[in-house]
Design a protein around this ligand. Structure first.
Ligand code: BMA
Length: 331
């Protein structure tokens, strides 16, 4: 057990973070909420499944953007609200973005959202469709009205994840260039923007390597700023004889030059092992998309999509996770 200094996370306190202590006998650095899944696939009438989703703290409670695949089997983004971060009320209608330019305002599909608060704005990034998958960018102040901005990159690209503050005076985003299909490759890149419209100075961060992360990797939740570097939880994919297996790992990135990897886990920190992660529309998927963090206690609550069907919640503690990354690094 690693002691918590309470000074590792650089960020606000979140005293009402959802939390359960590590169960006795658990040897893992990440452990699951004992009443998972927290969102069921049929929680709203139109839903075939509700999974890779992005809750954030909002006005003393919680709000978020959820991936809802409708019974048409098309993907949409829906708003959700929660008092405790565990029990969610998901809006029955998809988010309708007001768009700055009609040429990009038809969302062919919207999936795998991330939500990143920068100052008073909650930016939403998602996998958008514009002649192929690309990174949609929008924002909201209140989770009621949303504005869509320019897509960040040319297709094909997925897993666009913003940093929660400007770095060296510029907005910063991780992304994962891809193809038009189920992409049998994938590496994480870093890009900068002065205005959230024009992106450049692209830098390679890290690529696929061995084992659970041997096929492709992609950024997960918005990185958490710590005194040891940016804490990035990411997904990695292994190709088994039965198809892709999605697990989660963690890395530390340099605070000023985040394309520099300080450390990165060789073992996964969470893999699909429970029945709701192994059985569903796409079996064997644990896909992390959001993390809440409490700077006072170092507690982290991790939201992840399970088997492309439901939302799961898991927990870790920042000092324990950082110690694990350093002790088990392949960087
Ligand atoms: C990826 C995305 C994710 C999904 C994963 C596993 O390509 O579509 O939304 O969770 O595949 O199916």
């Amino acid at each position: 057990m690693v002691a918590n200094s309470g000074k590792t996370i650089i960020g606000p306190a979140l005293p009402n973070i959802p939390w359960q202590g590590k169960p006795d006998g658990c040897h893992d650095v990440v452990w699951r909420y004992n009443e998972n899944p927290i969102v069921s696939r049929d929680q709203i009438p139109c839903a075939n499944s509700i999974f890779n989703s992005a809750p954030v703290p909002h006005e003393g409670k919680f709000a978020g953007v959820f991936r809802v695949d409708h019974k048409s089997r098309r993907s949409h983004l829906h708003t959700g609200f929660s008092d405790d971060g565990i029990h969610w009320r998901i809006e029955h209608e998809p988010i309708r973005f007001a768009c700055e330019d009609e040429k990009i305002d038809r969302i062919a599909h919207g999936y795998d959202p991330r939500v990143c608060r920068i100052d008073d704005r909650y930016y939403v990034t998602w996998c958008n469709g514009y002649h192929g998958p690309t990174i949609g960018v929008g924002f909201t102040n209140d989770f009621k009205s949303y504005t869509q901005m320019e897509n960040a990159f040319l297709p094909c690209n997925r897993n666009g994840v913003l940093f929660p503050r400007k770095i060296n005076g510029r907005f910063a985003m991780l992304s994962r260039p891809s193809d038009n299909g189920h992409t049998p490759f994938g590496e994480i890149f870093y890009s900068e923007s002065p205005d959230m419209r024009y992106w450049g100075r692209h830098r390679w961060v890290m690529g696929a390597t061995r084992g659970w992360q041997s096929t492709k990797i992609g950024a997960g939740p918005v990185p958490i700023e710590t005194i040891e570097g940016w804490l990035l939880i990411y997904h990695g994919v292994l190709t088994s004889c039965n198809g892709f297996v999605y697990s989660a790992g963690a890395a530390l990135l340099d605070l000023d030059e985040p394309w520099k990897v300080i450390a990165r886990t060789e073992p996964y920190i969470m893999a699909p092992t429970t029945i709701y992660e192994c059985v569903g529309d796409v079996p064997n998927v644990a896909f992390p998309g959001a993390a809440l963090a409490d700077a006072d206690t170092g507690r982290i609550a991790l939201y992840y999509g399970a088997a492309d069907t439901v939302v799961g919640l898991a927990f870790t503690q920042v000092d324990e996770l950082i110690a694990y990354i350093k002790a088990n690094s392949i960087a």
